[in-house]
Design a protein around this ligand. Structure first.
Ligand code: IMP
Length: 430
């Protein structure tokens, strides 16, 4: 019996989907614990490409059970589409292998409406959200006016909570944001059939995890977004509204902290960020563009181009501490092939000082300049390599330096998009 957590160490899009998919081979149960359909995990299996937003990537292995925990905010229309799309492609999805927490909060049409209207009103000062209603849904949860999956199952409770919530929201829509109000009856009409579709999947996720643990099963917790998008520890306010750090597994799924054995931090071999906010190692030159094109750095959820830059050890050291990382999984190493010189940021220069952790003050962070080390690049293709010792010398040196700076060993190295293009020396379940 083992519980392994996978988290992103940067600003999301580190390639968690592929690593989760690989680790799922050793897991019996895969659990999502935070975020919503702002996430987008791209998986490549042979010639097939799957993009999942809500359902854990483990669903592609039909013998595994996938659970969506209470900490996830769920847009049921998206969940239904995802289930139907997988079924159409021959993947078995049923209440036997997918469960949804009765305590999860629902993203409703007015959350998306609010997210988009606020972003439009902020103009240049916008966060660059995914527009999926994530922030407004978490706000309602904390304000204790949210609507949970269990409320939906009781049509009277759902209608009453919806109407009450919309009194305030519609006032804001009409009088402050100057956008049309939402008709509660239209939402009720849409959600009636959806409720019946989803009802068989609803369960107590905490109990299901406890049962699995008592049967000595392996559990994989699949994080979404990245550590520096964390509402508490990220580059606030340019963050998401959940806690992508590993500690959030406990309250987002209902498992106790003493049950967790290892935490794998996914590190893209360079850095990307989508949306607004500080990004000290951002490259706005042709190298940044080349990384974007070669790495296919376009959002899986919104299609937006991602900002690209060099690897940032300040970001990674903070992540190692905040998540208690036990190993790193380096992804997209192949994207760096062909770069003559490769840089790693080891600290930030600010007011004649060198900072080695992220400052909380946004203005300080914006004024920070990266302090770089320069390393030799490599030109040989590495997709076919399966042993770390067979990688080009320059690539090995880059990885060794990364381990040294972050002080966490590398357990997995991905050298291409396919499942097989992976060096897997250290299994976190063993
Ligand atoms: P929200 O989560 O839609 O509210 O967006 C808040 C910020 O987090 C924006 O900068 C988004 O681009 C970013 N974000 C949210 N989800 C992801 C993700 O899965 N990958 C990368 N960035 C994300």
């Amino acid at each position: 019996m083992s519980c392994v957590v996978v988290v992103g160490t940067q600003w999301g899009d580190e390639g968690k989907g592929k690593v989760v998919d690989l680790l799922t081979r050793q897991a019996d149960v895969v659990v999502r614990f935070q975020g919503g359909n702002n996430a987008g995990h791209t998986l490549v299996v042979g010639k097939d490409k799957f993009i999942l937003h809500l359902i854990p990537s483990g669903i592609l292995h039909t013998s595994k059970k996938c659970l969506i925990g209470n900490g996830v905010v769920v847009d049921l229309e998206v969940l239904q589409q995802e289930i139907l799309a997988l079924q159409e492609r021959g993947i078995a999805v049923s209440p036997k292998n997918l469960g949804l927490s009765e305590r999860a909060q629902l993203i409703l049409p007015f959350h998306k409406h609010l997210d988009l209207a606020r972003e439009a009103q902020k103009g240049k000062a916008s966060i660059g959200t995914t527009g999926r209603g994530i922030g407004p849904c978490y706000e309602d949860k904390v304000a204790r006016i949210g609507i949970r999956v269990v409320d939906l199952l009781d049509p009277e409770v759902f209608a009453e909570r919806l109407k009450t919530n919309l009194i305030e929201k519609n006032f804001i829509f009409e009088n402050f944001l100057k956008v049309p109000p939402i008709d509660p009856q239209a939402v009720i009409n849409t959600y009636g059939p959806l409720t019946e579709f989803i009802r068989p999947y609803v369960t107590n996720v905490s109990l299901r995890i406890e049962e699995a643990l008592s049967e000595n099963k392996n559990i994989l917790f699949e994080g979404a977004q990245g550590t520096h998008l964390d509402i508490d520890h990220g580059t606030y306010p340019y963050v998401t509204s959940s806690n992508p750090v590993a500690g959030s597994v406990c309250h987002g799924s209902g498992v106790g902290p003493t049950r967790i054995q290892s935490v794998v931090g996914i590190v893209k071999a360079y850095t990307t960020r989508v949306g607004g906010g500080p990004f000290p190692t951002e490259l706005t030159d042709e190298i940044g563009l080349a990384l974007r094109e070669k790495g296919g750095e376009y959002g899986a959820t919104t299609g937006r181009p991602r900002r690209c830059g060099w690897l940032d050890a300040v970001v990674l050291r903070d992540s190692a501490r905040l998540n208690g990382l036990t190993q790193l999984a380096v992804t997209k190493l192949d994207v760096l092939t062909g770069q003559k010189k490769i840089k790693i940021c080891t600290g930030y220069s600010f007011n004649n000082q060198t900072l080695t952790s992220m400052p909380a003050r946004l203005k300080t962070l914006e004024a920070c300049r990266p302090v770089y080390e320069e390393w030799e690049g490599w030109s040989e293709p590495i997709e076919g390599i399966r042993k770390r010792a067979n990688l080009p010398q320059a690539a090995q040196k880059y990885l060794n330096r990364l381990e040294e700076l972050v002080r966490v060993p590398i357990g997995i190295i991905s050298v291409g998009a396919d499942r097989e293009e992976t060096l897997f020396p250290d299994n976190p379940f063993s």
